[in-house]
Design a protein around this ligand. Structure first.
Ligand code: SF4
Ligand code: SF4
Length: 320
């Protein structure tokens, strides 16, 4: 049986998630607990507690206990061409019989009340896709995109699905022209990377802080695996981009600018160093009290990196 993934969203077109125009698949679930997360409802998997059901003003949520599953409904090509987010509404198609939430996207008004009341940093608005179902979505978009990006959450937590999907794309007569990219926090093990590498064209890796203690404070995890992942991807010529999210006074990029600049300047010249500016949109808890990053903050960081030999710097396309 083909692999399945829990999908929080599919974006039919993006020009900031890898090279060219891309279809981006956001998988639910993350192994970091970033205080600055812009989508904290993507961190946990829904445990079907049912707490959100009565809060829904549109009666779009229900709890299913049986094995009977509604058939998947793919969105129309017309919707995709208008660039809408695809509110996926597949339910699990495996034979599992444990309770699960069913979200009826045709009733949903996107008020996000369910996300607000969820006690688990989750959302009922996820769907289960098989590889075949996802290939069907991609097939419908194949003439309009340069490739596929798997993002999250942390997409690599659902590695078997990604490997099977990318493998199918690479061996498909109609899809093999599409590049396959991964947007990751860098926590995937070397064993995992080696399973994925044969089907992977490139990766974008977040380096959320330079020092272990800063990284641990922001994310709840240390960054050993991030450096290991970057090194491994460089060895295999698959490091497309390193991403720095600048939070003035919180991230340590400027404090450790000599070490950081030296490290980044030794990456392959074709690897992009993407600077992103922190903003409050979607952030909850202490992160929402942190200073937002201005254009001047980014310009200063970019200048400091340039002075230390970092060449392929990409600035944010948006400041809030
Ligand atoms: S976002 Fe949709 S499912 Fe959630 S509470 Fe609002 S209408 Fe209901
Ligand atoms: S989305 Fe949250 S509140 Fe709703 S059933 Fe799942 S875990 Fe419970």
């Amino acid at each position: 049986m083909s692999k399945h993934a829990v999908v929080s969203q599919i974006l039919p077109f993006s020009c900031v998630d890898g090279p060219g125009s891309r279809l981006v698949i956001f998988l639910q679930g993350c192994n970091y607990q970033c205080k600055n997360c812009h989508n904290p409802h993507t961190i946990s998997l829904c445990d079907a507690c049912g707490d959100c059901i009565d809060s829904c003003p549109e009666q779009a949520l229900s709890l299913i206990h049986s094995q009977a599953m509604p058939l998947p409904q793919l969105r129309s090509q017309e919707m995709l061409l208008h660039g809408d987010l695809i509110p996926v509404n597949h339910s699990p198609s495996s034979s599992q019989s444990k309770p699960h939430i069913v979200w009826d996207s045709t009733k949903c008004s996107q008020c996000d009340t369910c996300i607000t009341v969820c006690p688990r940093q989750s959302t009922p608005k996820t769907s289960h896709y098989s590889v075949e179902q996802m290939l069907e979505v991609i097939y419908g978009q194949r003439h309009f995109i340069n490739g596929i990006t798997l993002s999250g959450g942390e997409a690599s937590l659902q590695l078997p699905f990604i490997i099977e999907l990318f493998s199918a794309i690479k061996s498909s007569e109609h899809l093999s022209h599409l590049s396959c990219m991964l947007d990751t926090n860098g926590s995937l093990s070397s064993t995992g990377w080696h399973k994925l590498l044969p089907f992977l064209d490139g990766a974008m890796v977040d380096l959320k802080a330079w020092q272990q203690d800063t990284h641990h404070y922001i994310t709840g995890r240390d960054n050993h695996s991030v450096f290991t992942s970057i090194e491994l991807l460089v060895q295999h010529n698959k490091l497309y981009e390193v991403r720095l999210l600048h939070i003035p006074g919180i991230t340590d990029y400027e404090h450790d600018i000599d070490a950081l600049g030296g490290y980044l300047s030794n990456l392959p010249t074709e690897t992009r160093v993407k600077l992103n500016a922190f903003h409050h949109h979607g952030v909850k808890g202490i992160g929402s009290t942190w200073p937002q990053c201005t254009q001047a903050d980014i310009a200063r960081l970019a200048n400091q990196l340039t002075q230390r030999g970092v060449t392929n710097i990409v600035l944010p396309s948006l400041y809030i």
